[in-house]
Design a protein around this ligand. Sequence first.
Ligand SMILES: *Cc1c(COP(=O)(O)O)cnc(C)c1O
Length: 455
Amino acid sequence: MKYISTRDNSKVYNFEQVFIKGLADDGGLYVPKSLKKYNTDELLELKNLNYNELSTEIINLFSADFISKEELSSLINKSYSTFREKEVVKISSVGEIKLLELFHGPTLAFKDVAMQFIGNLYEYYLNKSDKKINIVVATSGDTGAAAIDAIKGKSNLNIFVLHPNNKISSVQRKLMTTVEEKNVFNIAIDGNFDDCQNIVKQMFSDLEFSKSINMSGVNSINWARIIAQTVYYFYSYFKLGKETISFSVPTGNFGDVFAGYLAKKMGLPIDKLIVATNENDILHRAISKGDYVSKEVKETLSPSMDIQLASNFERLIYYVNNSDSKITAEIMKKVKQNSYKIDKPSLEIIQKDFLSESCNEKETLDIIKKNYEENDIILDPHTAVGVGAANKLSFNDCIVLSTAHPCKFPDAINNSINKHEKLPEELQYVLNKDENFKVLNNNTEEVKNFVKSKV
Ligand SMILES: *Cc1c(COP(=O)(O)O)cnc(C)c1O
């Protein structure tokens, strides 16, 4: 499959470039030049595959020029052998709503689904070349832990993870900072998540620096992550066996919900994708009324969604504008100046596929409480936002993506239902283990120097 950048369709790229580089040199995101669309008969053939077989079928459409189908299949088996659920994900119910539990991987968040896969994809790539790669990634909490677990101990790979100092939950932090492998480096930045993400972007755009260390990224714009996430939309659709289905997706960087949009573009009969946000509601304002102007980031109970610049939204802008990279590049200039308003025709196109809602802090706590009392289930605060959005839109016949295990966010749970949700047995050791991380100022040069001193 060939890929282009959302900002310039004159150059084509292969899967290796797309996967290793993450972001195109022109600042755009990679998208496939054309997409496979399954017809009804083809969907029927996928229906009875198990999770790993289905992953292999779908991902192979995108990666065949990089890895053979047989090798992909064994890579996927290896990746998901670390999950506590044999079928990787699990479907449960809260009242009328179905929950797609995506948190049965090693670090208890949905990000493991894609990260375990791409960790092994790096290993596969490095086995074929004599390179050494340094991964640098910013995290609002869950990405870092998932990336570290996927990369730790792998040869010829280092990983540097920037998290906002004191702004993630202590369980989130400990899952990252108690890892002992020598190729893992945790950095706490005195700033918020957007500051961390900015530093990483500046490091990437300093081409001399980024080339000199063979810098690579695993953030949610990486196409390899998106396609791994597309799989569970197909899987849950087949499992439920309904004609069409809607999904409510707790959203930050627009990666997970974009994977659903991709599934729809590939022919999966999805009705609506509900973009569920916390008080950092730029995407709700954008989708409901065209207002894509970012505000200050607020800290909330669902920190993995405390984001005001949803990187993957650029891919939607591209598709909504008829895959026109010139228009997309123009729009992204406006986004950069924080002056982009979505015009009415584009908004109508977006609203054919998407709905949105946002839940404030009190609503989030109330949803956790209500579902604990009525349905005897403890929702993590991100999932609660997804459930709340579906409730507010009276869309209760839908699948909510359950993106994290509640024990990762003990303060929110405790605050809401006065109950302490325990870590699974096999992860309890992190609570009392020594932590290892370096606190640095919100300063790109300082971070660069630290990284240089370690590679
Ligand atoms: C990352 C994350 C999200 C948001 O996913 P995006 O792909 O950034 O929209 C939601 N919930 C949890 C628990 C997360 O870790």
